[in-house]
Ligand binder design. Sequence first.
Ligand SMILES: [Zn+2]
Length: 266
Amino acid sequence: MRGVGGLVFRRWWFVRLLSAPPDEPGRRLPERERRELVLREWEVLRERLARIAAERVTAAGELFRAAELRLPAEASASGAESPADSAARTAYLWALEAYEAAGRLLDQADDPHTDLPDLAAAVVLAEQAVERLAAAHTLYAGARPAPLAVRCFYNPLHGPAVPAAAPDRPGKKQRQRPTRGAREAAADRRPACRSCRRAILAGETPDVLPALLPAKAAGRRTGPVLVPYYTVPQQWSPWSATACGAYDPDAPALVLRGAHHRHPPH
Ligand SMILES: [Zn+2]
């Protein structure tokens, strides 16, 4: 489950290298070729991500069938539900909704407006559905579940975020520094997985999840382009600010009422 994003997207930066800046005209590809290359690359990434999303949704569906939570009927007039049962019910219903929303996003995989972050959201919601299903069982058993994993902001398909002040290598002692450098500050700005955090600390670009900015949105002379998904304006993508839904408990409801259909002009 972890590290999938790296396998899927590592070679994406290749595309950016091909669109060399104007001060290097010798390396610049003809505009039509560049556009075709970007769209082809996007199509490949979209197909791979749709396959991963399908796997996650199928796996979640199997788990829901195998581990259905048989809650007593909703609190009757005679007595209120115990807090544990009520918490388990809330978690279970959220998990079901997240699973349904993931399936909905996957059903729209072939829609021409479906971008990589929509499919990443399907992966995120399917995985969170499984996490929350486990939490519902734990709550129903009267125990306290672990908090949900915080996902990597730069690429929500990555492993979980590491705590901001975590040492880079296990066992390495933290040094107290009176002032933090700009890179440390940048690395602490957003939740990042170990590999993205390491890249930021090294002044490199993390392995981000790309999104397609169509020609009209990017400007006719430069578009279409692949950009980090979180740089897409929020009015065009509900996923930009929420790590593809990972940080928004209302993400399943948003998808189920169709409110995630916001896209840049094509
Ligand atoms: Zn990451």
